[in-house]
Design a binder for this molecule. Structure first.
Ligand SMILES: [Zn+2]
Ligand SMILES: [Zn+2]
Ligand SMILES: [Zn+2]
Length: 367
């Protein structure tokens, strides 16, 4: 279910450092100020653990692909999700930091009013950073990056998965985590290449490229598994082509309408078609970047004229949009609002008075 809104505005609930102390690497937010080097360890006895942000982010990604290789256990999947979220945060914020370190702060005014200078506090990691949604917005609106909504939706979805994981434990199958992770990893590798590498010093560029190559190789293996699995499903899905849509969990086109609504790729099965429709609409809103707080998925899912359950979603098919009922699997080229004003949809092909059955009954009852 999509009721859980990402904790984007909770100061520490947005990424690498969870409120329950779940941070995998303690210095995830302690990003050094450009031009400053971390102070050398006075005793010289402890190993150097300070990573520059891009390498730190890549270190998380290396951990993600390690956890996903072979036959991942539930624990592997959990850390894959947590580390992917942490790596995403660090890498996206590294680009904000390249622009100016104050862009990483949630609230500059508040940081200035704290004891000490904001710059020193930042270097010490003593600051509250902005959430994922805000980071994506700043990258686009302030830095001027052109990010694909498919990718921003994948990052937002990942934040949701991570929050669900922390509150309820892992709710997704290995296949769903792999497919979701592959999309985000692919986006991050391109992001590093296009937006982070050009701003790094040559020495760091070399290190980053080596680390990227390692992640890319592992990602290739994961993507191959996903492709093989999708190819293996071709025959199963072929008879249902017209009623197959993108799965809100794994993002693959493998969700087949009709009770029980289930995804053939990740095996997610919904308890009823109405909750599947609600999850589908939420994920489509993210993908189409039309998420408006005034909208809610319940309001955007409509009653099916055939089975009278809120299970109608609109689906892009080639040049046009059709309406599909996730419950009964009926498709409609065109649906119109019932003239009785009840908010139901009617199929003008089978209904010549443009009133739904409930409103028709009500009208006749008057005579
Ligand atoms: Zn799925
Ligand atoms: Zn129906
Ligand atoms: Zn009606």
């Amino acid at each position: 279910m999509s009721g859980e809104i990402p904790d984007d505005n909770t100061p520490t609930g947005d990424g690498a450092t969870g409120p329950d102390g779940s941070q995998p690497v303690s210095d995830a937010h302690a990003i050094p100020v450009p031009g400053q080097r971390p102070a050398p360890d006075a005793g010289g006895s402890r190993p150097e653990v300070a990573f520059p942000p891009v390498l730190n982010g890549l270190d998380y990604l290396a951990s993600v692909v390690e956890h996903l290789s072979g036959q991942p256990t539930a624990r592997d999947l959990k850390y894959a999700v947590l580390h992917l979220q942490a790596g995403t945060e660090v890498l996206l914020k590294a680009r904000l930091q390249q622009e100016h370190w104050t862009l990483v702060l949630q609230d500059l005014g508040k940081e200035i009013r704290k004891k000490g200078t904001a710059r020193e506090n930042f270097a010490q990691g003593e600051f509250i950073s902005c959430g994922t949604a805000e980071t994506l917005e700043r990258l686009q609106d302030v830095v001027g990056l052109d990010l694909d909504t498919r990718h921003t939706a994948a990052v937002t979805k990942l934040g949701k998965t991570r929050n669900a994981l922390q509150h309820y434990g892992l709710t997704q199958s290995a296949h769903a985590v792999e497919a979701q992770a592959a999309t985000v990893l692919d986006f991050l590798l391109t992001f590093i290449h296009e937006h982070l590498l050009p701003h790094l010093a040559p020495a760091e560029q070399g290190q980053v490229e080596t680390a990227m190559e390692d992640v890319r190789q592992h990602l290739g293996a994961i993507t191959k598994l996903i492709d093989t699995r999708m190819n293996g499903l071709k025959e199963t899905l072929a008879p249902h082509e017209d009623i197959t849509v993108l799965c809100p969990d794994c993002g693959m086109r493998a969700l087949v309408a009709g009770e029980p609504v289930s995804c053939r790729f990740c095996y997610r099965t919904w308890p009823d078609a109405a909750s599947a429709a609600s999850d589908y609409v939420y994920s489509e809103m993210l993908r189409r970047e039309s998420l408006d707080p005034r909208d809610n998925e319940e309001r955007l899912v409509h009653h099916c004229p055939s089975c009278d359950v809120p299970t109608i979603v609109d689906v892009d098919r080639r040049e046009s949009t059709i309406y599909l009922c996730l419950g009964c699997g009926d498709t409609f080229d065109d649906l119109i609002w019932c003239k009785g004003g009840c908010g139901s949809l009617v199929d003008p092909k089978t209904c010549d008075i443009d009133y739904c059955s409930t409103c028709t009954d009500r009208l006749y009852a008057r005579f």
